[in-house]
Structure formats: structure tokens, C-alpha cells
Design a protein around this ligand. Sequence first.
Ligand SMILES: Nc1ncnc2c1ncn2[C@@H]1O[C@H](COP(=O)(O)OP(=O)(O)OP(=O)(O)O)[C@@H](O)[C@H]1O
Ligand SMILES: [Mg+2]
Length: 374
Amino acid sequence: MTRIRLENLRKSFGDVDVVHGLDLEIEDGSFVALVGPSGCGKSTILRMIAGLEDITSGSIYFDDQRVNDAEPKARNVAMVFQNYALYPHITVRENIGLNLHISKFPKAEIDRLVNEAAAMLELQDLLDRRPAQLSGGQRQRVAMGRAMVRKPSVFLFDEPLSNLDAKLRVQMRAEIKHFHKSMQRTSIYVTHDQIEAMTLADKVVVLRKGRIEQAGDPISLYESPQNVFVAQFIGSPAMNIVPARVEQGENGQVVITLATGWTIPAGAGSRLAPGQSIQIGIRPEHLIPASGQGGFAASVNQTEITGSQTAIELAANGVRLWSVVPGIHTHAVGGLMTFSFMNHLAHVFDAEGGQRLGNLADIANLPDGRTATI
Ligand SMILES: Nc1ncnc2c1ncn2[C@@H]1O[C@H](COP(=O)(O)OP(=O)(O)OP(=O)(O)O)[C@@H](O)[C@H]1O
Ligand SMILES: [Mg+2]
């Protein structure tokens, strides 16, 4: 078992800085996902942990040992890549046992370990085939088998499922989860798919341009994103972010006016000051069609029906928004609908840095119920 600690980790390629002083603790036996847009440094970080890439400055610790200069072999890590990297001319059995063979394990021991891995990954019937005779998911399982026979103390995954079709991805995701439960090894999983990160990991690290935007358990990232970037990265479709102004009404009441044209009166003693610019974040699944009278108006641009849910693209005062509702709903394009949301499920971000100030109920001192509408 291994605890991994990154301390002020930096990486530059020539004069281009790609990782800017990363601090991160990965607990023993935990499953951590690194997510972020293409080019944010995920693979580079993983490769530095594996020992495949030099570290520009900072430290990597495995337990209390600084491994900056340790050879990849000495780190006892196994890495599973997107493109499987199987050898085409040898069988599944030989592919899985290859590293053991290279390390000169006795044949009987290789057979035992390969059979054990094959049983765990349900590959027993495929051991004599060659990679070309396997499906994508089966090849991915062989790559995992090859990684696990060495009983490494750390598993590193670099987008292992991105070459698979959607259905197989879901299936393999579940298998990786079982695999981690049974192996209980520290695992770091790189993906740009936030659903994979959310469903697999104990801790999700959201990266942007070589910096950590937020790290935490999946639910806290979903419920309390620290800024607009994380808010829009976690959750699908992405959170609606609407610019808003805090204004003083004629009767002295403080009112939030959204770019959608919607207005929300703040409660007495709210933390908002007239003249302040903010952004209001509402997740599509929290923007609920209003029944009966009242609510915020928006017109329907299009609907996307997937059976289990309907995503409705809306326009309000030229601002585009999404609402997601369970089940099948048909709405005429151009038709007007009204919506509401719960005060405590809407987020308030500052206008400049996009930092989260809190939820709407707290910031505007509103009761926890549905938004009042004017
Ligand atoms: N060997 C290299 N030489 C120069 N620049 C590199 C090298 N490897 C990576 N980079 C740059 O470093 C940055 C981070 O790359 P990295 O591969 O870590 O991104 P990533 O987050 O894994 O992206 P993706 O999701 O596309 O795989 C990118 O801008 C990339 O162009
Ligand atoms: Mg990558």
C-alpha cells in the first residue's frame, strides 16, 4: 500500500510551464481522478508519478520516501494506457505474463498469476487468442491483466476507456470499480470525462492549465463548486451561468436582476450591495418547469429527448439556458414556458474572478423554498 504526496510539483518543457506547483495528497488505497480539459497537464502529472517524465522542481513522495530520482521499475507502479499497447503477435496469455517473463519468474508461478488475473477479469476462455481476435473491451481487460499480475502498489490509468464505445465504457467503468474494490491499491485515474471521474473516484481533482482548481469528493464538487470553471466542468449539461446586477428598487428593496430579464427580490439584511455585479449559477436539473401561475419565462429553442430525460434548450432575453426534466416531454419550438428553482440550490459567483460566494438563499437572505418571482 502506498500514500502519494506531490509537493510544489512543477514541469516545464523548454520555456513552457505546463504544471505550476501542484500540492496533492493521495491516500493509501484511495481512488483519485484527475480531470480537466485537453492539454491541462493530466498525462504529464501521471508520467512524472510513474517516473517516465523528469520533474522540473518539487517533490513526489511514496509514503515517506522521496522518489524524484527513482527508476520507474523501482516505484512498483503499473500504468494502463488508452491504446492498450498489447503485442499483436503473441497470445493473451503471453501478453498478460510478459512482464513476469521478462522479470524471469518461474513458469509455474507465471501460469498461476496469469490464471488468477484471467479469472478475475473473466478472460479464461480467451487466453489462447491474439489481440486482433478480441473486442476493444476485451483488449482493455488484457491490458489491465498485464498491469495487475505484477501486484503493483500503485495503478495509474491514462484515459483507459476513451477508445471504447459508450456502452462498453459504462461496462468497463463498473469493472474498474470492482477491480479497485478487490485490489485495494492506490489508483490515479486520468480522464477528461467528468462522469467517469465522479462515478469512480473517492476524490476528484479538477485541473486547469496545470493548476488545481478544486479537489474534493464528487458530491462536494457538485454541490459547492468553488468557482465558475469547476461549476461548469462538473455536471452535464453544464450549469447555467447568468450574469446579474444587484439594484435598489423604488421602495428601497434590493433586487437581483438577471440578464435573462428575471428579477429576484433579496431578503432584508442580505449580503448583496446595490451596484454589485454577480453571476447566478443554476444547474439544468434544478431549473424546474413551473406548474400553474408565475415563474420565470423563457422560450423553447429545442428539446433533446433521450427517453429517461428531456433536455430543453431555452432562450430568455437572448440568454441561452438548459433545463433537464425526467421522462419524455415535448414542447413546441418557440413556445413560452415558466420555471422556478430552489433558492438554496442556486449559486452566487462574483462577476470578476468567478469565485463562489455561496448559495442564493444564504447570500440574498432568502428562505430555503422556491424563488419568489416578480
Ligand atoms: N514532450 C513534450 N514537449 C513539449 N510539450 C509537451 C510535451 N508533452 C506535453 N506537452 C505539453 O504540455 C501540456 C500538457 O500536456 P498533457 O499531455 O499533460 O495534457 P493532458 O491534460 O493529458 O491532455 P489530453 O486530455 O489531451 O491528453 C500540453 O500543452 C502539451 O502540448
Ligand atoms: Mg493526456
